[in-house]
Design a binder for this molecule. Structure first.
Ligand code: PLP
Length: 508
């Protein structure tokens, strides 16, 4: 209520009735209402306003409404007028918009996404989708999704999932259900991860969710993280989205795509918080040996860095080689190791992955609180998928059949490696794990200055979809990635078309 407006109206009423302040005090006393002279004087001078019962008495004395006396009639009127105006305006706006005369507000993506790149499902893939929508068949060698290529989930996993489905209707604990985490803990023990308890294990909707969560919890604006080049681009994207800077260290094609430790060292400064490794690697298919892992640990120890190790392909290692978890070599450092079932159990669509904290967790006490907060905020990961972790990790591992001689992944790797190296202008290092190969293309021979244009031209000409090296944060326009999940007959057709394309292709 406006005190001045009330005072103005009270004075007007007193004047109209010829009453003085003392007359009001007396009239109140007649009605046994307690009203002192000082009160009335304060009302008249606009210093204060009366309580409801006095307002009622005054309005009756002067024969006006309380709304009038308090001035609230004006407020209502003003708001009614404003409302009417708004209505008129919005009707006009609608008419103008219909006539196209008012510019509609546009909704733009957040600037946080400005430097975020994820070409595995990017513009070239969108072009492929357009072609498919127009009825063109495209052979998709762009994404590591086993199911469409006939890699089926083990029967036991499906059976156990169906048995448990009705028990999975509610949320689980935010880190995941006990049985799943216990199985992951035992798996971590088998890989010699030091100092891991059940509390150090977090399940996620795929490793993807946990990469994002772990970076969001860690990074302040300007913090730097060493990420491989080439990388699985989600790492660079998540570092960037979290406000950090992904600084790429080179993996050396001449040395089996191993990380270049000197390059890593050169790129560490006071802002560097962590090193990311992807082992086995996507897109190169490399598997790091103990020596190179030890060198990375030594560097992380010297520079006091955390280690993040993405090991989602650790059960897809060929040639009788052994996968070593880097965390097993670093009991005194704080490490986070990622893995999941998307690839080893061919259930990419179920969305189940995990991360394991190990080593010197004292160093990450505060960070762990951040991880717990973000983990709680997303409530929990997909519970039906958690329910089959124990089944999947225990007992017979059917994936082993694929990665030995005679197995599909092994034989497909043998084929693709030879077929690519047989095409003039292409060379490729033999992958040791996973199901990707990252061939080099002689950019000079084909005049390639833009690798994205190269894969787009190939898509348009030969209806084959692959991702250019730049999509994996590779700096030169001279690589591309092939997913060798399709059967050999399909790969044969694809390589035939690629060879033919490169017999006439010249970009500039
Ligand atoms: N990390 C790497 C290296 C990958 O290649 C992929 C998927 O291709 C992921 C993580 C994502 O896995 P998920 O299905 O568990 O989210």
């Amino acid at each position: 209520m406006d005190k001045n407006l009330f005072a103005e109206r009270l004075n007007k009423c007193m004047k109209g009735k010829g009453l003085k302040q003392i007359d009001i005090v007396n009239a109140a006393a007649d009605k046994k209402i307690k009203l002192g002279k000082s009160h009335v004087s304060q009302y008249v001078s606009g210093k204060t306003i009366p309580r409801d019962n006095i307002m009622q008495f005054l309005s009756e004395l002067f024969g006006v409404t309380t709304e009038y006396l308090s001035g609230s009639d004006l407020e209502t009127e003003n708001s009614n007028q404003a409302e009417n105006k708004n209505e008129e305006e919005s009707e006009n706006d609608i008419l103008n918009r219909q006539k196209g005369e008012v510019k509609m507000r546009e909704f733009k993506k957040s600037t946080k996404l400005n430097n975020v790149l994820y070409d595995v499902r990017g513009p070239v893939v969108e072009e492929a989708a357009r072609m498919e929508a127009n009825g063109t068949q495209v052979l998709k060698l762009n994404i590591g999704n086993p199911a469409p290529f006939g890699f089926r989930t083990p029967d036991e996993v499906i059976y156990d999932l169906s048995r448990q489905l009705t028990d999975c209707e509610g949320y689980s604990a935010s880190k995941g259900m006990f049985s799943a985490r216990k199985a992951i803990m035992q798996y971590a023990q088998n890989k010699n991860l030091p100092n891991v308890t059940i509390e150090d294990i977090y399940t996620g909707n795929g490793v993807s969710e946990l990469i994002n969560l772990s970076m969001q919890a860690l990074l302040d604006d300007g913090d730097e993280v060493l990420v491989p080049s080439p990388d699985y681009p989600l790492w660079t994207a998540c570092v960037t989205l979290a406000g950090g800077k992904a600084v790429h260290y080179i993996c050396d094609e001449e040395s089996d795509w191993y990380p270049d430790i000197d390059d890593m060292r050169k790129k560490i400064n006071d802002n560097t918080k962590a090193i990311v490794i992807i082992n086995p690697n996507n897109p190169t298919g490399a598997l790091y040996n103990r020596e190179v892992l030890q060198q990375i640990v030594d560097l992380a120890r010297e520079k006091q860095l955390m280690i993040f190790s993405d090991e989602i392909y650790d059960r897809l290692v060929m040639d009788d080689l052994e996968h070593v978890s880097i965390a097993s070599l670093a009991p005194d450092l704080f490490c986070v190791t990622f893995s999941g079932l998307s690839k080893s159990h061919m259930i990419a669509g179920f969305r189940i992955g995990w991360m394991v904290l190990s080593g010197n967790k004292e160093l990450g006490k505060d960070y762990i609180q951040g991880i717990n907060m973000l983990s709680n905020m997303r409530l929990c990961s997909n519970v039906p998928a958690q329910s089959i972790v124990q089944t999947a990790l225990g007992g017979y591992q059917s994936v082993t059949n694929y990665i030995v001689p005679g197995g599909r992944i092994y034989e497909q790797r043998e084929y693709i490696y030879k077929a690519l190296n047989d095409i003039p202008g292409i060379t490729a290092v033999k992958p040791k794990a996973a199901f990707y190969i990252f061939p080099k293309i002689d950019a000079k021979k084909f005049g390639i200055v833009n690798d994205e244009k190269f894969v787009l031209d190939l898509l348009k000409d030969k209806k084959i979809l692959m991702i250019h090296g730049g999509g994996f944060n590779w700096g030169q326009p001279d690589h591309f990635r092939v997913v060798y999940l399709p059967r050999i007959e399909v790969l044969q057709e694809a390589m035939g078309k690629l060879g033919d394309f490169l017999s006439y292709y010249k970009q500039s």
